[in-house]
Design a protein around this ligand. Structure first.
Ligand SMILES: NC(=O)c1ccc[n+]([C@@H]2O[C@H](COP(=O)([O-])OP(=O)(O)OC[C@H]3O[C@@H](n4cnc5c(N)ncnc54)[C@H](O)[C@@H]3O)[C@@H](O)[C@H]2O)c1
Length: 254
């Protein structure tokens, strides 16, 4: 049987680390013909590229800040020029913020703008560029939101608001492009053992015992466990799945 992603071309943002890296590696393992990976962290991107090279996949790496519209549109048009097609996109890049004490009353304007700029506007910039090129029918986009996109997260209101926004953007776009045969879904991770969580722990934003303890499985998730669902949603195996808010959170939101 041919690998499930045979002949297909994907883009992955936030691919220098964590969930984005695991997604790029799994796409390569599943036989993708081409993967364009981007991030602001060039060292991490090179490491992801090395891991993907074990497989028979062509990889391109670009330094892209997803909150910069020009960066994003140039990256997507370069990708389509390079590979001649675009079948799927995983929009994964994101940031957390605050110090565990910030409230809606005390949030700084620049911190709010940065959070919304990267986590929400960044996803819009990606989809705006991708939708013009993506295969119709057959294309698939997965945007990474969060379990904090369907419930509040005190002291991380900007983060939670940005992720609520990603879900609304995704559901709206899925309604716009469904009849053209493009599927668009959001994935909502719970507490996952990656840099964003561990850095947040140091700042007092998260505590493993609290967040992992609030899941039904009683543990943190691993990046690969999110990548498995992203790659499924990108694949034709998910051919009747669109507009979904797919929780991958060990039961945290349940
Ligand atoms: N880890 C968790 O507990 C958790 C939970 C829910 C949702 N998420 C979401 O999952 C996604 C991936 O996070 P992760 O857990 O892999 O963390 P991570 O920190 O390992 O990865 C995030 C990546 O995004 C990149 N990035 C940040 N700002 C960027 C920008 N402006 N342009 C391009 N790249 C940028 C970072 O450099 C990093 O490589 C994020 O959107 C995050 O909000 C994570």
């Amino acid at each position: 049987m041919a690998p499930i992603m045979h002949g297909k071309v994907f883009t992955v943002t936030g691919a220098a680390s964590g969930i984005g890296r695991a997604t790029a590696i799994l796409l390569a393992e599943q036989g993708a013909a081409g993967i364009a990976i981007c991030d602001v962290n060039e060292t991490g991107l090179k490491e992801t590229e090395e891991s993907c090279r074990k497989f028979d996949t062509k990889i391109t790496t670009h330094k892209v800040d997803v909150s910069n519209a020009d960066n994003v549109s140039r990256w997507i048009s370069d990708t389509v020029k390079e590979f001649g097609r675009l079948d799927g996109a995983a929009n994964v890049a994101g940031i957390a913020g605050g110090d565990g004490e910030t409230t809606v009353q005390t949030i700084e304007q620049r911190d709010w703008d940065r959070m919304i700029g990267v986590n929400l506007t960044g996803v819009m910039y990606c989809m705006r560029s991708q939708l013009g090129h993506i295969a119709k029918p057959g294309g698939s986009i997965v945007n990474v939101a969060s379990a904090a996109g369907i419930r509040g997260l005190p002291n991380s209101a900007a983060y939670s608001a940005s992720k609520h926004g990603v879900i609304g953007l995704t559901s709206s776009a899925s309604g716009e492009f469904g009849k053209k045969g493009v599927r668009i879904n959001s994935v909502l991770p719970g507490p996952i053992d990656t840099a964003i969580f561990r850095d947040g722990e140091k700042k007092g934003l998260f505590i493993e015992e609290v967040q992992a303890g609030a899941t039904q499985l009683g543990r943190m998730g691993q990046a690969k466990e999110i990548a498995n669902v992203i790659v499924f949603l990108l694949s034709d195996s998910a051919s009747y799945v669109t507009g979904a808010r797919w929780t991958v959170d060990g039961g945290y939101s349940a």
